[in-house]
Design a protein around this ligand. Structure first.
Ligand code: ADP
Ligand code: CDP
Length: 391
């Protein structure tokens, strides 16, 4: 389900809301770039735990764009490109495809969808994937983890293998996939658990029961977002009021200004003291100040909404930059507040890697032989350099 041409959900649309289809980006998207405020929910779980099954239900109920890392990789295999052949041999071995390739495919699909809110399924499967995605795309809003015993997953995969046509749904490859899952993917769950982002759901009950749990989690997220939005609106309103009262007090101030006139900083009192010698100028200054204040409030509100990062828990501080938005009108402490900004390529250590991913994710598409699908052409260095020799 795509976003292009869909009706917009509005700037303040929550990350999850009952809506179909997946909602388009609400802020202008520059060509070849992700829209501002891009948000993702990661869906993790062992092979065969039921990620895809639950994603289908989530997509049917909530307006999110579903991207399965495994499906994107299999599409590439089906294209029979040189890259596809290399991917196939890695997947048959139950190993992980190098992160540059997977992230480039995801990023390209995200940009091309025109959507802003994504359900990313089967990714990240290793710590390096998680950290690079955070640096080059965005932080996840939440991580859903479908918890399932290996024996149950094995039964499901063997059963799926009867009809899936997947070259990795066989007993031998399943064992290797489980090893990869335990050694490389479980640390990702631990990483996000330490950051308070993981919602663990038992994947053992039948799909409809598992989905009841999923809905509870997503509705909890919805409620949390509503609370955050209300809190942000309240903070803005309170700030507005402070500014308005400050402006009124300046307007109403007698020619001699008592030292206790306002709670404002000494600087503003000094300013006002200067103004009392010229009350006409004072009115003008005050009028201007009120306008500045209104403008600032709008800007602050926009910043909070657009970044989507104001709602991030404090533990995200390591991965976000904190900007101090000082009021142009009131330079006292009441005019200062902190706004978290989501980094895009900010503070990136491995710029070469980021450049590779960006380049690969913006590579031109071409139609496959049957004319039905588009194919990513990876730049030579991003594919061959990234991929180990076929096992
Ligand atoms: N809760 C469940 N109970 C029983 N079978 C399930 C459940 N969820 C998924 N399945 C089945 O298990 C297999 C693997 O599910 P799938 O969603 O493809 O897993 P994943 O995407 O995690 O590999 C599929 O055949 C699916 O129909
Ligand atoms: N982030 C990812 C996701 C999948 N993959 C590869 O794609 C295969 C299939 O992944 P999948 O998510 O479609 O399937 P499940 O193993 O979860 O059923 C994995 O076994 C990996 O070989 C990867 O390398 N990196």
């Amino acid at each position: 389900m795509g976003c292009k041409g869909s009706k917009s959900a509005g700037v303040n649309a929550p990350f999850v809301a009952e809506a179909q289809p997946a909602q388009p980006a609400t802020a202008p998207q520059k060509k070849g770039e992700l829209p501002p405020g891009t948000e993702v929910l990661f869906v993790l779980g062992g092979p065969g735990s039921g990620k895809g099954t639950q994603c289908d239900r989530i997509v049917a109920k909530y307006g999110l764009k579903h991207l399965s890392a495994g499906d994107l990789l299999r599409d590439e295999v089906k294209s029979k490109s040189a890259l596809g052949l290399e991917l196939e041999s890695i997947m048959k071995e139950g190993k992980l495809v190098p992160q540059e390739t997977t992230i480039a495919l995801l990023r390209k699909a995200m940009i091309g969808s025109g959507c802003q809110r994504f359900l990313v399924d089967g990714f990240p499967r290793a710590l390096d994937q998680a950290k690079t995605f955070e640096r080059t795309v965005c932080l996840p809003r939440l991580v859903l983890f479908f918890d399932c015993p290996l024996e149950t997953m094995e039964e499901r995969l063997l059963s799926r293998g009867k009809t899936s046509g997947r070259s990795d749904d066989n007993a031998e490859t399943i064992k290797k996939r489980f090893k990869t899952f335990q050694e490389q993917s479980i640390p990702v769950v631990d990483y996000y658990e330490e950051r308070g982002k993981v919602k663990k759901i038992s994947a053992v009950p039948p799909p409809e029961e598992v989905f009841l749990e999923v809905q509870q989690v997503l509705e909890g997220l919805q409620a949390q977002q509503a609370g955050e939005a209300a809190g942000a609106a309240q903070a803005i309103a309170a700030e507005n009021q402070t500014q308005a009262v400050g402006a009124m007090q300046v307007d109403a101030a007698p020619d001699t200004v008592p030292s206790t006139r306002t709670t404002d900083s000494g600087k503003r009192t000094t300013d006002s003291g200067k103004r009392t010698t010229d009350s006409g100028k004072q009115t003008t200054d005050t009028g201007k100040r009120t306008t500045d204040s209104d403008k600032r409030t709008t800007e602050s509100g926009k910043r909070i909404t657009e970044s989507g990062a104001a709602a991030l828990p404090a533990d995200d501080a390591t991965a976000t930059t904190t900007a101090t938005a000082a009021s142009p009108a009131a330079e006292g402490t009441e005019g200062i507040r902190e706004v978290k900004q989501r980094p895009s390529f900010v503070g990136i250590e491995d710029e070469v890697l980021a450049a590779k991913i960006e380049e690969a994710s913006q590579a031109p598409t071409k139609m496959s032989a049957d004319g039905s699908r588009s194919v990513v052409e990876m730049p030579a260095d991003a594919s061959s350099a990234a991929l180990p020799a076929a096992a």
